[in-house]
Design a protein around this ligand. Structure first.
Ligand SMILES: NC(=O)c1ccc[n+]([C@@H]2O[C@H](COP(=O)([O-])OP(=O)(O)OC[C@H]3O[C@@H](n4cnc5c(N)ncnc54)[C@H](OP(=O)(O)O)[C@@H]3O)[C@@H](O)[C@H]2O)c1
Length: 295
């Protein structure tokens, strides 16, 4: 129970923020759409870059459960040619492969393991779409997810490695592969936690915020290439580690559907999952009031 309570990660964070916002005086009850494109903003030059699931070969990190498994199901349902379902513990893969043994290829991949990253890139040379989904909220000990009170910053650095540096390393490995296959997409699963910080999730928010800028940097660097780089500011999604009784999030499959539909339209900043778009609107409306509400 301690593990579930403390490690409920982004879902807890989203639930906490939603609760905090509900008590904020003057907070609007509903969000206004932020852009004409449903699900997020489209970069001005990205109209020509879209990514369809149909016929795509997709590698999903952390695909054995939660949001990653939701992606695998959606990709199979929408006609992906092949899905590389990766997990750090291969014992968790048979059930995922059994979804469609003809199209699902299981690969062992701890995203922080350089040897395994290289092996994945050597095995999956037909990839056209990388979905960097694997992520961690950090240690079970709330004090050590903070900066000021942590006994050391070791866990914060591990969270940064898992949620930002390792997705960046995977992007570096798969960009040449995607280009060699004629172009495609990189989709980084971020979090609404990239926009603000609950004090007991400082290291998580740091990592997701850094990953958001890393995503924007990749997009800028690949501006002349046929690769759609998107970041997903995921809100509440019901996953195994959602807090008991939390009902605010969408299912992992619905989150996956939101993301593939946005990417099919060339959306670069995707607001998917419970509360994401509403939260964004509230932050834009009054950033300081939002931060006070969070604290
Ligand atoms: N659920 C939400 O409300 C929510 C909200 C915002 C953002 N997100 C983001 O969505 C992504 C997926 O989260 P989730 O909700 O599906 O959580 P989850 O159920 O805890 O799943 C996390 C996945 O990441 C994998 N993983 C963790 N560290 C890894 C590593 N070093 N190498 C490979 N795989 C690793 C886990 O593998 P194991 O099974 O081996 O642990 C698991 O498959 C994360 O990036 C998270 O930050 C989730």
């Amino acid at each position: 129970m301690k593990r579930r309570t403390l490690l409920s990660g982004a879902a807890t964070l989203t639930a906490s923020i939603t609760g905090a916002l509900a008590t904020m005086r003057g907070a609007p009850a509903t969000a206004q759409p932020l852009s004409p494109t449903p699900g997020g903003n489209t970069a001005p030059d990205s109209g020509a870059r879209t990514m369809s699931v149909e016929g795509a070969t997709v590698l999903v990190t952390g695909s054995n459960r939660g949001i990653g498994l939701g992606f695998v199901k959606v990709l199979l349902g929408r006609g992906a040619k092949r899905v590389y379902a990766t997990a750090r513990n291969p014992d968790n893969l048979p059930d995922v492969i059994a979804l469609d043994p003809q199209r699902v290829v299981g690969l062992e991949l701890d995203v922080n393991n350089e040897e395994q990253r290289l092996a994945a890139a050597e095995a999956a040379t037909d990839v056209t779409w990388l979905i960097n989904n694997a992520g961690t909220p950090g240690t079970f000990t709330a004090e050590d997810r903070r900066i000021a009170s942590a006994s050391t910053l070791d866990d914060a650095k591990f969270v940064m490695e898992t949620n930002c540096w390792s997705p960046a390393e995977l992007a570096r490995l798969f960009i040449p592969i995607i280009l060699a296959n004629g172009g495609g997409a990189i989709t980084n699963i971020l979090s609404v936690g990239a926009w603000f910080c609950l004090p007991e999730y400082t290291s998580y928010s740091m990592s997701k915020s850094a990953a958001a800028i890393m995503t924007a940097g990749l997009r800028a660097e690949l501006d002349r290439e046929p690769v759609l780089v998107s970041g997903v500011f995921t809100g509440g999604v019901q996953t195994r580690l959602s807090p008991p009784g939390y009902t605010g999030g969408v299912s992992a499959v619905d989150h996956g559907l939101e993301v593939v539909e946005a990417v099919a339209q060339g959306v670069t900043d995707v607001f998917a999952g419970g509360g994401s778009e509403a939260m964004r609107a509230q932050i834009l409306q009054d950033p300081q009031a939002f931060e006070r509400g969070v604290i």
